[in-house]
Design a protein around this ligand. Structure first.
Ligand SMILES: [Zn+2]
Length: 218
């Protein structure tokens, strides 16, 4: 089984690549995401390349091989099923499960994971609305829009929070913007770079940075 460090690198490379929509990820971004200096990230990525999990090109960056891609999806499956289990069965708040899952994703056995999947009824999204890859590595990606793109004055359903930072998630939870909640965007002000919205009968204002990370469906 790959080490926790290997799994964290592979997962972050996958997530960044998915976010920017480009296969090759610059080493600076990898180092930032892992909280290490670029030299450390480069040494590790070279080891991943030697293990057949990634392709590394100096000055271009790193991309996952087919084998790396399979591992990334499997780590995400573990992470997201654990989060769903903690919320649904153990009564955790959805905004506090990420840190637990960061630890448990590296140590859970296949047997326990498949039990959890079964008891939860094979869920396809986690408590943040992120898709859970299937055991065979398939992931259903629905078309979602952020607060910056969705139509105004329409009741929409919050589908996904695209940030796992605990402070951000507790701000979202305090504002009543949990996945599943209803929301209406009433105004987008490009000069103030802010969005006005209505949730739980309350008027709220949010900056563009945060608004880009809350995804809704119609
Ligand atoms: Zn998480």
């Amino acid at each position: 089984m790959p080490s926790a460090t290997v799994e964290d690198y592979i997962k972050q490379i996958y997530l960044i690549s998915d976010q920017i929509g480009i296969k090759e990820v610059a080493m600076g971004r990898v180092a930032d995401a892992l909280g290490v200096v670029p030299g450390t990230a480069t040494t590790m990525v070279k080891a991943l390349a030697a293990a057949g999990l990634a392709n590394y090109a100096p000055r271009v960056g790193v991309s996952l091989t087919g084998q790396g891609h399979v591992l990334a999806l499997h780590v995400l499956r573990r992470h997201r099923l654990i989060e769903q289990f903690l919320v649904e069965q153990l009564g955790y708040d959805w905004s506090e499960v990420h840190e637990e899952a960061e630890q448990l994703e590296h140590v859970i056995s296949e047997r326990l994971l498949e039990r959890i999947d079964k008891i939860l009824g094979h869920p396809t999204v986690d408590p943040h609305g992120d898709p859970i890859p299937s055991a065979s590595g398939e992931m259903s990606e629905s078309q979602l829009e952020s607060f910056l793109q969705c139509p105004l004055n329409k009741t929409l359903r919050i589908a996904r929070i695209a940030d796992q930072n605990p402070d951000f998630l507790s701000y979202i939870a305090r504002s009543g913007l949990n996945p599943g909640a209803s929301v209406t965007i009433t105004l987008r002000d490009s000069r103030a770079e802010s969005v006005q919205l209505l949730a739980r009968g309350q008027q709220l204002s949010m900056g563009w940075g945060a608004a880009a990370k809350v995804l809704v469906e119609r």
